[in-house]
Design a protein around this ligand. Structure first.
Ligand code: CU
Length: 68
């Protein structure tokens, strides 16, 4: 299992967390993720490396931004 942590900006409540979770779990190979609302840290567990571009697309689809 591979664990990757990204930082997502713009999330303010549990609804935001749910929206990001829904989109990111659609990425191929992603098995689970943990979102820390306070820090914006999104820790993704996957069976193969997560393509950062795919992660960014998923987060933007949910309406948020990935911190660079
Ligand atoms: Cu929200």
């Amino acid at each position: 299992m591979i664990t990757t942590t990204f930082t997502v900006t713009g999330m303010t409540c549990s609804h935001c967390v749910a929206a990001v979770t829904e989109e990111v779990t659609k990425i191929d190979g992603v098995t689970s993720l943990d979102v820390d609302l306070a820090s914006g840290a999104v820790t993704v567990e996957s069976v193969e490396p997560v393509d950062p571009a795919a992660f960014t697309d998923a987060v933007e689809e949910a309406g948020y931004e990935v911190a660079s």
